[in-house]
Design a protein around this ligand. Structure first.
Ligand code: SF4
Length: 482
């Protein structure tokens, strides 16, 4: 929630329900954790597509009046956190265009790594872009396609893209879903009565009472229209690379992604973490909420009780007003509070899902110590995060990733803990079991399954060199313990 990789976006789509936009609205509630900057819905009634998108949370944007302006039996929706493109209204989605093939609305989860190359080429040929989002290139390719049908025009446009995409698209009488051949980001297909639903996570299906049917397959384009559901596989096959971080942190534990229960995988991560890094302790405390499943697994495996020694305030908005004379650690304190009766005098294992910069972890440890903990041992339910993500996740530069530039002992001293340990890469892959070869683990290995355009890669390499020479820990609150 604080110093974390930031989840990209959530997409949702409904076909064949007379209150499609209201269902999309509910689906977006379930996917709010995948993006909190902006949200939008586009709906179609067989004649016309209408859209509404705004900055803010889903419940701040849509009310009864707004949804009644989005009539029709088809709808798509989007929650967004910007990964490519600035955070502003023109980049909010769905983006809607009108072209020779008719109206098309698009919602995107992922990141097209060759978007700037395609964009530069199109600009040279006279295209005018209205947003700085990578998603807009798809619309330009689609509008320029000479293919005779919508399906073929879309298939042709999407085949030019490299990287990660799970799309929900809408025309005046169709819902379309597409997933890149690597299957980086999840996308589930569900059934609701006679209608169909697509959702980034199955928790979106659950909320509206839809039944999970299967995942939209990697490399699949599904077109749902008046003549039913059609599936095509227009892209070259590629090695699967599902984002393992969906299981570690992003997805809701009540979802199934990539055909696996998030809660189960996350609890397994905790069990394996205990097997690999066990330490004598009195109590296991999760960093809420994302550390809870792993802490349960750790506690079960280690035979140490788990207690909620940190309580999260769920009612803090995106911003809050601080006193001019700002209280130290205010940002963390407003969201988390330690339970002294659980922590005082105890040897505490603090379980979290990841450490990115380390700044927040350090503040949390300080809080736990101030509550009287005798020892603090930090356990992280994934390997050290050493590389940025280019597939639809907002990550800091490599120089800001504490594990990329510092040894385990330096991290221990920075966090001011008695010990710190991470799950191994083998442990991470063991937690996803049989599907271990189908996952992307680039942020832990620096080995990327999809190459970047040469200039971007060169920039990245240069950044690595510069970062290595400048590497240092954040300097705020310079105190050392341990
Ligand atoms: S680099 Fe990490 S966050 Fe990005 S897709 Fe791969 S596993 Fe997921």
């Amino acid at each position: 929630m604080f110093d974390k990789f930031r989840e990209e976006c959530g997409v949702f789509g409904v076909y064949g329900h007379r209150e499609a936009s209201k269902l999309a609205y509910l689906g977006l509630y379930a996917l709010q954790h995948r993006g909190q900057e902006s949200a939008g819905i586009a709906a179609a009634d067989g004649v016309r597509v209408r859209t509404l998108r705004e900055m803010g949370y889903v419940n701040e944007i849509f009310d009864e009046a707004a949804l009644s302006g989005l009539p029709g039996h088809i709808a798509i929706g989007h929650t967004r956190y910007s990964t490519a493109g600035e955070s502003k209204l023109s980049n909010a989605q769905p983006i809607l265009i009108e072209c020779v093939h008719g109206q098309l609305g698009i919602c995107h989860n992922g990141n097209v790594v060759n978007a700037s190359e395609i964009r530069d080429a199109l600009v040279k040929q006279g295209s005018i872009f209205q947003t700085s989002s990578d998603t807009e290139v798809v619309l330009h390719l689609y509008a320029r396609s000479q293919a005779p049908t919508i399906d073929q025009a879309l298939a042709e446009s999407l085949a030019s893209l490299d990287g990660a995409f799970s799309f929900a698209l809408i025309t005046k009488d169709q819902l379309i879903a597409a997933r890149d051949p690597h299957g980086f980001r999840p996308l589930a297909l569900g059934k609701l009565g006679e209608g169909w639903v697509v959702s980034s996570e199955t928790c979106g299906l659950d909320l509206i009472g839809a039944t999970y049917v299967r995942d939209v397959e990697p490399g699949e384009l599904i077109i749902i229209g008046p003549s039913g559901l059609k599936s095509i596989k227009p892209f070259a096959t590629a090695k699967l690379a599902h984002c393992v971080f969906e299981h570690v942190y992003f997805a809701r534990p009540d979802s199934e992604v990539f055909g696996q229960s998030v809660s189960e995988v996350r609890t397994n991560l905790g069990r394996l973490l205990a097997r690999e890094t066990r330490v004598d302790a009195d109590v296991v405390v999760p960093v809420p909420d994302s550390g809870v499943c792993a802490a349960i697994g750790y506690a079960e495996e280690a035979g140490v009780p788990m207690r909620f020694g940190l309580i999260r305030n769920h009612y803090v908005g995106r911003t809050f007003i601080e006193p001019a004379q700002s209280i130290r650690h205010f940002g963390v304190k407003v969201k988390l509070n330690p339970v002294k009766s659980i922590l005082a005098g105890q040897r505490v294992v603090l379980v979290d899902d990841s450490i990115v910069r380390g700044t927040t972890s350090r503040k949390i440890v300080k809080m736990v110590r101030a509550a009287g903990a005798r020892e603090v041992h930090v356990r992280i339910s994934c390997p050290p995060t050493i590389s940025p993500c280019f597939y639809g996740v907002d990550t800091p530069r490599r120089s800001e990733l504490i594990a990329a530039t510092h040894t385990l002992d330096e991290i221990r001293r920075y966090l001011a803990v008695d010990s710190v340990a991470y799950l191994s890469l083998d442990g991470l892959l063991a937690a996803v079991g049989k599907k271990r070869d189908q996952y992307c683990t680039s942020c832990y290995t620096g080995q990327y399954p999809v190459a970047f355009p040469r200039d971007e890669h060169a920039y990245f390499q240069l950044t690595l060199k510069l970062d290595a020479s400048r590497a240092r820990l954040p300097e705020e609150e310079p105190e050392t313990v341990g």
